[in-house]
Design a protein around this ligand. Structure first.
Ligand SMILES: Nc1ncnc2c1ncn2[C@@H]1O[C@H](COP(=O)(O)OP(=O)(O)O)[C@@H](O)[C@H]1O
Ligand SMILES: [Mg+2]
Length: 422
């Protein structure tokens, strides 16, 4: 083994080891390892690491840091075997990846790497990863309700069903052009649904699946917590309790699964995992509002398939029109249920704006779609509510946009209640 010399002859015991094709490609990792561990670490290439991990000495390691880049993708098998072997002998694995495709990254994480950091390493990332693997696996936090209200008191927003046995209405919101207003719509629709009744409100969960630019946490002033990533990267073992421990409560009546703290590749989760995530939410809530990324991803069709109503938000401009056309074509080409999309025109022309209204009509005709919902421009107060991290209801209850969203929430709830009643 090329680097075994360093490993075996060091006077200081070796407690960790980098594993890379050539660790010199990861000089920031070398620096950080020195900062964290002084001299008590070594480095190995993949071949030598495979041999070393079979030796009794290897049991002494606390962790290995496997650094991979795009050129290692052909060797995923070999790297997977290393991770498996490390797990066998109870050595933790931190994965450090540069330019690795989301699919490859996902596979490696699934094989059981304990932690992950992107390369170039952000300030403190290795330190944090080491701290995390040193912590014993966190027990799922208690369900927030007992913190708030003490004991087993029922949630304020009681609905007829028990959590875990519900069959929620799935309402994804997809912006057909960036800034079209999808997140604002999703956040405020979720809020209005959660307050649609005078008492016994339905249970509502807002799920932010825009793993990169998700803004639900900003619009409701919630933390972006580390545990979101932890849950998303291990959907396989996620259960109802883990889900409920990961959502945050907003003002006692709306649960929110925010986007993770770090920007993650949208393909970190595959269709099956997204399905499990959404089903879990569905079992535990009456309404699941999903803020979708604008980009089409593998699992867009999964969510489209599961949706009761799939809102497509657009504006009265060329960009929205062309994107909508492209989206419909893409969905048709794949034989996907494009007709499930219900179009919402945001910043729609006012009632009195005749020319605006005729432009909207022409746009719908030329796209061969129905634009069923018109959301008015709510002006500055809308952006201000977003910036303050509050639903519009809390800062500008009379705002025209809010009024329309309330109407929509009521009608959705009525339809749903009627259907439930038979
Ligand atoms: N109908 C509206 N009236 C006024 N401002 C709006 C309206 N819809 C969205 N906005 C504002 O536009 C900006 C972008 O909205 P956002 O919901 O984040 O878009 P998206 O999620 O589609 O990218 C936000 O500042 C929001 O407050
Ligand atoms: Mg958004």
């Amino acid at each position: 083994m090329t680097s075994s010399v360093a490993l075996q002859n060091e006077p200081t015991p070796i407690t960790a080891c980098t594993v890379a094709r050539d660790v010199q490609n990861f000089d920031l990792l070398i620096e950080d390892m020195e900062t964290e561990l002084g001299e008590s670490w070594g480095d190995l290439n993949f071949v030598d690491a495979a041999a070393y991990l079979k030796q009794p000495d290897a049991h002494e390691l606390e962790f290995i840091a496997i650094a991979v880049d795009g050129n290692d993708e052909d060797n995923l098998h070999g790297i997977g075997d290393l991770i498996a072997r490390a797990k066998e002998i109870d050595v933790k694995v931190i994965l450090i990846a540069e330019d690795v495709s989301p699919i490859a990254l996902h596979q490696l994480l699934k094989l059981g790497a304990d932690d992950f950091a992107p390369y170039p390493l952000p300030e403190g990332a290795l330190h944090d990863a080491i701290q995390r693997i040193r912590k014993p696996k966190a027990e799922p936090a208690p369900v927030p309700v007992s913190d708030e209200e003490g004991g087993d008191a029922p949630k304020k927003h009681v609905s007829t069903g028990k959590m875990g046995e519900l069959d929620g209405v799935i309402l994804p919101v997809h912006g057909l052009a960036g800034g079209a207003g999808a997140s604002t719509f999703a956040v405020n629709l979720a809020w209005e649904l959660a307050n649609v009744e005078k008492k016994d409100n339905p249970k509502v969960c807002l799920v932010d699946l825009d793993f990169q630019f998700g803004s639900a946490s900003t619009y409701l002033d919630l933390d972006r917590r580390e545990n979101v990533y932890e849950m998303l990267s291990d959907i396989e073992t996620m259960d109802d309790d883990a889900f409920k421990a990961t959502v945050q409560q907003f003002n006692d009546c709306l649960d929110v699964l925010t986007a993770p703290n770090d920007m993650l590749p949208l393909d970190l989760l595959g269709p099956e995992e997204i399905e499990k995530l959404v089903r879990t939410a569905q079992r535990n809530y009456d309404y699941v509002v999903i803020d979708m990324p604008s980009t089409l991803v593998q699992w867009t069709e999964t969510v489209l398939g599961m949706a009761h109503v799939y809102f497509g938000l657009l504006e009265l401009d060329m960009r929205s029109a062309q994107n909508t056309l492209r989206l419909i074509r893409a969905l048709k080409a794949e034989d996907l249920p494009y007709e499930k999309i219900r179009y919402v025109l945001n910043r729609a022309p006012k009632f009195t704006d005749m020319s605006g209204k005729s432009r909207a009509r022409r746009m719908a005709e030329s796209l061969d779609i129905d634009i069923e919902l018109h959301m008015p421009d709510g002006g500055k107060p809308v952006a201000q509510a977003c910036d303050h991290g509050l639903p519009i209801a809390e800062t500008a209850a009379k705002n025209p946009l809010r009024k329309e969203i309330v109407k929509l929430a009521k009608s959705l709830h009525e339809v749903n209640a009627d259907e439930a009643a038979g």
